[in-house]
Ligand binder design. Structure first.
Ligand SMILES: [Zn+2]
Length: 396
């Protein structure tokens, strides 16, 4: 097992707040309660997909990685239940207050309604978990709960599930018998990661004006290496940061978990990111967007990203092929900085004009000091470890 695959679970800390005005209570709790409900529903969707994949490919159940998957589900339950109980202690006294109206399409529910919805959604997830364990009966599903201090995965459940699907022998054989480059172009369709239809119904009941964070990842990246020992075509997987916006108690924990996982690689990601940014400033000065159309800036950046291949901090390699895709299965190009930092050759059909517009709209300021937020960086770290494990230089 790779190092830093797991970390220690900590309880989300929620302080009791007795001195809030009704307005403050609404502002404080409306979004987080909705996020709890949505995150529980989304996690249940991962379980639903897992069960479906196990029925389709029963060999998955004998993979040791199933244990990681079950830990990741139990970890989510532990955090969501913990934060819910913490909130409940405060929210009960504001039960009849009406939630922040702008979140909802119709009449806003009360904080009590939101509390009940969050409770129902977490309970549904717990029930689904117990049901799945009974139905599947895998020895790796023995993990039944997580408590503070337990070891939990640093990766998210959907990412682990993808690794399970890609690890199947039949999948690897199919990849081996075909041109991997063509295979990767629509990898999202091939692995087929739909969401549970029922989840939509739960969210529909909330009648949200627009979707809120649900604790899930958005982007996945898979990579395949042309190396002598990779006859069975093992692929590595990376994902971006889980989205917990609005539920800081869990978001901070999961950001720390991911940063812990990537820690040995972060200084290198930084060096490559900084080199690209400096190169851009050297070539064009601090970009004043008024002087460039998105298309012009994009054309410049396509070249700058390409120039990075010769830079000592460049993280890419010669014998690797990758493809990013959304958790819904849609192929996606790498962003400007990932193209500059790692230069993965991607295989989706993708025209020059769209590439320029995409690169041109990248904003260093919005990215902040977080060069390792993309799925590609997480994959690149895995690639380095994978190559070393196979006796090759990590830049092979
Ligand atoms: Zn990126």
């Amino acid at each position: 097992m790779d190092p830093r695959e797991t970390t220690v679970a900590v309880s989300p800390r929620v302080a009791l707040q007795n001195d809030l005005s009704p307005g403050q209570a609404c502002k404080r709790f409306s979004t987080p309660l909705v996020v709890i409900a949505c995150a529980a529903a989304r996690t249940r969707s991962d379980l639903w997909l897992f069960r479906r994949k196990c029925r389709e490919y029963p060999e998955i159940l004998s993979d040791g990685l199933v244990r990681r998957f079950s830990e990741s589900i139990c970890h989510k339950i532990f955090m969501l239940r913990g934060v819910y109980i913490g909130y409940k202690a405060t929210v009960e006294q504001y039960r009849n207050e009406i939630a922040v109206a702008k979140l909802f399409r119709g009449a806003a529910p009360s904080l009590g309604d939101l509390l009940d919805t969050a409770e129902a959604s977490v309970s549904n997830l717990e029930a689904e978990w117990h049901y799945s364990r009974l139905e599947l009966g895998s020895p790796f599903l023995l993990v039944s709960f997580v408590a503070e201090g337990h070891m939990v995965p640093t990766r998210s459940s959907r990412e682990i599930l993808l690794q399970l699907i890609l690890g199947r022998k039949t999948f690897r054989d199919r990849l081996s018998s075909t041109n991997p480059a063509n295979f990767l172009g629509n990898i999202g369709d091939r692995v087929d990661l739909p969401f549970e239809p029922l989840q939509q119904a739960d969210i529909v009941k909330l009648a949200l004006k627009k979707p809120v964070a649900d604790g899930s990842i958005k982007m996945l990246f898979v990579c395949y290496h042309d190396i002598p020992s990779n006859q069975s075509r093992r692929m590595v997987v990376g994902a971006n940061q889980e989205n917990w916006e609005g539920l800081k108690e869990i978001g901070d924990i999961r950001r720390r978990d991911r940063d812990y996982r990537l820690e040995p690689y972060i200084p290198r990601a930084w060096a490559a990111y900084k080199a690209l940014r400096d190169h851009e400033i050297q070539e064009a000065g601090a970009i004043n967007h008024k002087d460039y159309s998105t298309l012009q800036l994009g054309a410049l950046r396509v070249r700058l990203a390409e120039d990075m291949r010769g830079h000592p901090s460049f993280l890419g390699r010669r014998n690797e092929h990758g493809q990013a895709f959304t958790t819904g299965g849609e192929s996606h190009p790498c962003c400007y900085v990932c193209s500059g930092m790692m230069g993965y050759r991607v295989h989706m059909a993708w025209d020059r004009q769209r590439e320029r517009l995409y690169f041109g709209s990248f904003d260093f300021k919005r990215r902040g000091d977080y060069p390792h937020s993309c799925a590609e960086v997480a994959a690149s770290q895995q690639c380095a470890m994978y190559l070393v494990k196979n006796g090759l230089h990590e830049k092979y």
